[in-house]
Design a binder for this molecule. Sequence first.
Ligand code: NAD
Length: 484
Amino acid sequence: MSVPNTYRHLIAGASRDASDGALFDKFEPSNGRVMAQVAAGTLQDVDAAVAAARAQFDGGEWSRMPGAERGRLLLRLADLLERDAERFIELLAREQGRPVMEMRMLDLPVAIDTLRYFAGWADKLEGRQIPTGGFMGRPTLNYTVREAVGVAALIVPWNAPLMIACWKLAPALAAGCTVVLKPSEDAPLAVDALARLTLEAGFPPGVVNLVHGIGPTVGSALVEHAGVDKISFTGSTAVGRQIAQAAGPKFKRLTLELGGKAPQILLEDAVLEQAVGGLVMGLFVNQGQTCAAGSRILVHRRHYEDVVAALAEAARSIKIGDPFDPDTRMGALINARHAERVRGHIDRALNEGARRVAGDETLPVNGYFVRPTIFAGVKPSMGIACEEVFGPVGAVIPFDTDDEAVAIANDTPYGLSASLWTQNVAKAHQIAGRLRVGAVAVNAWAPLDARLPWGGLKDSGIGRDLSACALDAYLEDKVVTVVM
Ligand code: NAD
């Protein structure tokens, strides 16, 4: 497929260059070549996009559109995404360097399903009638109305750009918000195509706007902007903290989906043959570049050497390379700087005394590749066991008792997700209740679904994407009291 060379903003339904005409290069991870040039947004571009979103929210066609019609447009958008699935799969594989197989199995189906799920909510935003004892001796009728928060800035990361854009866009539009999307500079192409598809679906121009550009310029201008009421951000904990600091004094509504360091706990009674495939998936999907990456593998000592050997063998057998080869199971990391960072984590683990049992072979291909790597003999205090690597690197840690496993699992600043491998149902529920995370998967890794809330505790963020919880984050509850 030929990818257009230049990507521009989408503001009030029209393509726009950056106000100063500046562009930045987007590199293709699997070969290191420039694949596109993208508008480098400015403060003026952000102003224009927010003005377009405000015009639709404050009295535009969108502000008068019934929920059922908003739902119908979301369903149409889902149909168009399904129609164009192959185009999106190819765009994502090229801009992320990720195997097409993963896009086909995960990103596209979840994105489409998310649009359909929230379409169903758009005409069900019902308030409540609440009885009270009345007011100053007179009876009252009290009811709540659910109103859209306003203009939402949706700031998206590079690791699952289309899927996460849909996690934010779908509830925002179902609730009646208008939006300014800010894709990551490292993966802007599929989100750009999604925004343009909203016009074909029939969303009025200005409901969905998109400004490309560099995070500290465009993202931070959106966070500071007086015309933005709500920020939904997915990205690193460091940037999330900056956003919280900037948005706090302005009391902007915030959803922050941040980093993770998920434990995968294999209890003594787990069935190894069933668990190992899941552990490998949790470690290596998307080259380990997922917030939920199960990169801390806590194994009961009885199984420790067997699991280390099985993971090492699995890591060595993964076919790495061209994302368009249907046999490829691992692609490239997102950019040269990130691949260097991941190699830095590997070097540090070696210096700290961890034992590398897979991952030291040289790579046969160009591009930003890192071999799937497994470390044994890892102590919970080592960097590889505590820090988010965001690459294909697993740390295998032994434990002797369930209490010790829970203590190690919780001993991290993060609290996004965890996996637990066991045949003991009672134990599964008990341990799930003790893990300080937003999501626990028993005998699986991160089973994402639009109906299930997704988000974390502690340094993993505030609020939830997906499910009815995400809808709440784009709505305000207004109470009306009529004294009779
Ligand atoms: P990042 O924080 O570098 O960037 C995320 C987005 O924020 C990008 O669009 C970027 O342009 C923008 N940005 C950067 N600086 C900004 C600033 N000062 N103000 C406003 N916006 C700014 O993150 P990334 O490298 O794109 O993504 C990887 C991180 O995302 C990892 O830490 C991962 O765990 C996290 N993540 C979390 C979830 C989740 O659901 N919790 C999901 C996916 C990724």
